[in-house]
Design a protein around this ligand. Structure first.
Ligand code: DLL
Length: 431
């Protein structure tokens, strides 16, 4: 099913013509109205009229998160304040938040973009959708909210937290679609099981996003909530959710390529990588009025394919992200992504899908510890069985990562549950 079949299945030649026209308009607006972009262009010795083909995009300098921080709060806007009608911000763990502004048209395009993604995985007018993202400055909740309204679904603006009530309403209202982070969905499934309401739920579809989730974790969520779990991706700097998302075939996330140009670069050199190669995703907005963004370095690691999908969409697809360059841990010369650890843990029956990864520096040597919850606490009483399980997990991690990692098995339900984006990595070496 399509929300906007014409746009989503546009022949690539036509799509690229549209992209070029929008890119040229966008670059000209940035050059004319933004001090930041004018300086970037001038420093690189280019002017927007030099962009005559899509491959000229490579001459435009990158935009990075610090550009948003340095221009806090509103200096990244190219539209006057009178035209801005919504502000969001991404919290960030350090420093100032990154602020994003939207014009009326931006909000309309935003809800169209998200509507395409949710219709592509089967959301319908008849659905009752519970939004369990935190409402507020975070783009997730309102981004999904307005798209769900746009397709005519009944929206429950529940927000995150209050999980027992969340589950009760889900049962009483007959919620069919759950919108949340995958880690919160996992916790909702746990609480639904504990409170005995799982069997009364009518969920059929999960619209999950905002953090990485392995296929193994997704299967766990599907089992516990009995729904079809799907992935959508985005970031506040370029819009929020609505940048890319899976279709019903779940073979990569389709970009809304008429509104965004994706590129993959080598994160170390900035060099553009060819189709299929894994690197850092860079995004250029094509239609944002309030705050266009040129070549934003997302720090997310993925690859692209332009092959036509079985669903009929012609827009490029990105692979599910392996993680962020800032989440990647370098331990004794080996790169470790939390998703690799997750895949190993999820394949072991005796442990629950709750874990944390802790990096330390001891005697000038990096160490990594994985703490993971047992499903059955009685195992803690049997030293031999516990040791056996620990050895098995350590062995599997060594095979996957090529690293010796300390494994700690902890009591069931002892690790903190996530209500939004899970914090699973603690790199104490940075302290
Ligand atoms: O998380 C926007 C969003 C909300 C997307 C709801 C999807 C659903 P930020 O808070 O700015 O915006 O965080 C953006 O989150 O650079 C990725 O690292 C990560 N991220 C977002 N979606 C996914 C996903 C929102 N589906 C950052 N898979 C991005 C993996 C994701 N990581």
């Amino acid at each position: 099913m399509f929300f906007d079949k014409k746009a989503e299945t546009m022949p690539r030649g036509e799509l690229e013509e549209l992209q070029l026209r929008r890119l040229r308009e966008n670059a000209a607006a940035c050059y004319e109205k933004s001090r930041l972009y004018r300086k970037k262009f001038d420093d690189a010795g280019i002017t927007p009229d030099k962009i005559t083909s899509l491959s000229d995009l490579r001459h435009i300098p990158f935009t990075v998160k610090d550009d948003f921080r340095d221009n806090y709060p509103f200096d990244m806007f190219v539209a006057p304040m009178g035209k801005i009608c919504r502000l969001h911000a991404s919290s960030g763990t350090t420093g100032k938040p990154t602020v994003v502004g939207y014009t009326k048209k931006d909000l309309d395009v935003w809800s169209d973009c998200v509507a395409r993604l949710i219709v592509a995985v089967g959301a319908r007018e008849e659905d009752i959708a519970q939004v369990a993202f935190g409402y507020g400055l975070f783009t997730g909740a309102l981004g999904l909210h307005y798209a769900l309204e746009k397709i005519g679904a009944a929206v429950i603006p529940m927000s995150s937290g209050n999980t027992e009530k969340q589950v009760m309403l889900m049962r009483d209202f007959g919620t069919t679609v759950l919108v949340s982070t995958p880690s919160y969905a996992l916790h909702i499934g746990e609480v639904a099981g504990e409170t005995g309401v799982s069997k009364d739920l009518k969920l059929r579809l999960g619209l999950f996003g905002s953090e990485s989730c392995t296929v193994e974790m997704r299967e766990q969520i599907e089992k516990s909530l009995d729904l079809f779990a799907t992935d959508n991706y985005g970031m506040s700097e370029v819009m929020g959710p609505g940048v890319s998302g899976e279709c019903e075939f779940r073979c990569g996330l389709h970009f809304n390529e008429d509104h965004f140009i994706p590129e993959i670069i080598d994160p170390a050199t900035g060099e553009i990588l060819p189709e299929g190669k894994t690197g850092e995703l860079v995004i250029t907005t094509l239609s944002k009025e309030a705050q266009p963004v040129l070549r934003y370095r997302t720090r997310d690691i993925t690859s692209l394919t332009y092959e036509k999908c079985e669903c009929g969409r012609t827009h490029a697809r990105m692979e599910k992200t392996a993680g962020r360059t800032d989440d990647m841990l370098k331990i004794r010369g080996v790169n470790v992504f939390p998703t690799q650890v997750e895949s190993v843990i999820m394949a072991i029956n005796e442990v629950a899908p709750y874990y944390v990864i802790i990096a330390e520096r001891e005697n000038n040597r990096d160490t990594l510890e994985v703490k993971v919850e047992l499903t059955d606490g009685s195992l803690l009483d049997s030293y031999a069985r516990l040791e056996g399980l620990r050895d098995k997990i350590r062995h599997e991690l060594r095979v996957t990562l090529g690293l010796d990692i300390k494994v700690s098995l902890v009591e069931p339900k002892s690790l903190e549950r996530s209500l939004g984006k899970a914090k699973r990595v603690f790199d104490n070496r940075k302290k």
